[in-house]
Design a protein around this ligand. Structure first.
Ligand code: CTP
Length: 450
């Protein structure tokens, strides 16, 4: 019996997939089809897959060509499957020609001609206009956004707005996009906005973007007051627009996996979380000189609050801040202590103070530990009472990681709510409330607000 194997995502099942499977089946007597998991697709940079794994498997099944369907979840699996299932022929479409020649030592490798003029990518973007994104702000994070957005099919960065026209022009020239001096003209040319301006300008820009009917992805912290977050989410909803706070950790595959493990029961019930993120910054940097909105907690608090709010929730009984301040009164090291009915947490951040940046989640059966940079989670371990027993998990985190939040933002614009759980409106509102409380205690709150 000749055994054949082939792999694919099979998103939005189309004629190209059907013809590939038909010919794959004709190559032998028994066909095994590997269907990729969503996590695996994300780690290899294939974002925006629309159909669920079950739907994709179902569609492959319906063709009647597959004798067996397996799940493909990691790189290197093909090599193992070929030996495990004693495969005679490995086949894929000609778009992969040459890329699987390394398997020739183990079986025959056949590249079947790809069906022309059809692909899942084409179907995903058909009827969906490419979303033209405009960037507000020209700082470091805006610089990182453009190369990441290029990797997400379905979006294009159209232009940039900065009231400082020279900065806008310089930025636009570097990235070969348009610079806009007037906000009205900028809004006319874009469908969605990425807000990467100074924190205290976020509220005003988000509001005006929504006024103009634009979807918004806003850098963290989205706003500095709870009521502002509530108002903006309600406003966006009333106009059927998407508003997302861009805490990139929330959208990265490794962190999602870590939360999944924490909730799976593997470590029992969560009782304590310690999250720490510190950064040494130039003393002249905005973060350490902006007396109103700089400082460690406004800069990094969103990252360290995230695992706490995600795992222990928003209903804490007590929240206490302790800070170390510089001579200007700006917090350079902050600890937020949370007390819950059945647990507690410490969210620690520092700017200009270096500490071991790790995330530790203690439970009644074991604990999870992820070392810095856990906010770009690639690897974490689960430890138990028996020190010899350690479970290890790794995930891919590609580039600067903004591609994951951009891709989820796009899928929300296109009507899918499947990724909204990664950072809910309620969680963003709760974090805005915590930042508000922190600033009231530690800053000159009369200057705050819109
Ligand atoms: N395939 C094909 N002809 C097409 C599209 C896909 O023969 N027009 C083959 C691929 O070469 C692969 C299998 O179908 O062997 C599954 O491909 P998959 O990546 O799921 O489909 P694509 O349409 O190429 O997906 P995408 O656009 O997301 O890359």
């Amino acid at each position: 019996m000749t055994k054949v194997i082939t792999y694919g995502t099979y998103d939005l099942f189309h004629e190209g997939h059907y013809r590939l499977l038909q010919r794959a089946k004709q190559l032998g007597d028994y066909l095994i089809v590997g269907v990729t998991t969503e996590e695996y697709d994300r780690t290899r940079g294939k974002l925006n897959v629309i159909d669920s794994l079950m739907t994709r498997i179902d569609n492959v099944k319906k063709t009647g060509f597959a004798d067996e369907i397996i799940i493909e979840e990691s790189t290197g699996q093909k090599f193992r499957d070929i030996q495990k299932y004693q495969i005679d022929i490995f086949t894929v479409g000609s778009d992969w020609t040459g890329q699987f020649d390394y398997l020739k030592d183990y079986c025959e490798v056949v590249y079947l001609e790809r069906t022309k003029n059809i692909s899942s990518t084409m179907l995903r973007t058909r009827n969906k206009r490419i979303q033209r994104i405009g960037i507000i702000g020209t700082g470091r994070i805006a610089e990182r956004f453009i190369p990441e957005a290029k990797l997400v099919s379905g979006v294009s960065v159209q232009g940039v707005f900065n009231p400082h026209q020279e900065s806008a022009r310089r930025f636009a020239k570097k990235w070969e996009i348009d610079a806009y001096e007037k906000l009205e003209e900028f809004y006319e040319m874009v469908d969605a906005v990425y807000v990467a301006s100074p924190h205290d300008t976020h509220y005003g820009y988000i509001k005006s973007a929504i006024d103009h009917g634009k979807h918004v992805l806003c850098e963290k912290p989205m706003v500095l007051e709870r009521s502002q977050a509530e108002e903006l989410f309600n406003y966006a909803k009333s106009k059927d627009l998407v508003l997302v706070e861009g805490i990139k950790t929330a959208y990265c595959p490794g962190f999602a996996n870590l939360l999944g493990v924490a909730c799976s029961g593997m470590i029992g019930s969560v009782r304590d979380i310690e999250a720490c993120f510190t950064k040494l910054e130039d003393l002249e940097s905005r973060e350490l000189t902006d007396i109103k909105c700089g400082g460690s907690f406004t800069e990094l608090g969103s990252y360290v609050m995230l695992p706490v709010i995600k795992l222990l929730g928003r209903e804490y009984e007590q929240l206490v801040f302790q800070t170390v301040k510089d001579e200007k009164g700006l917090d350079i090291f902050t600890k937020a202590f949370f007390k819950y009915p059945n647990g507690m947490a410490t969210a620690t951040c520092g700017l200009g103070v270096k500490a071991e940046g790790r995330l530790m989640i203690a439970g009644t059966k074991g604990y999870i530990v992820a070392e810095a940079p856990w906010w770009k989670t690639k690897y974490f371990e689960v430890h138990f009472e028996d020190p010899g027993k350690v479970e290890k998990f790794s995930d891919c985190f590609l580039g600067d990681g903004l591609r994951y939040e951009i891709s989820d933002f796009l899928s929300m614009i296109n009507g899918s709510s499947k990724n909204e759980f990664k950072l809910t409106r309620g969680e963003s509102i709760a974090m805005a409330g915590i930042i508000e409380g922190f600033l009231k205690e530690n800053r000159y709150c009369e200057n705050m607000g819109s």
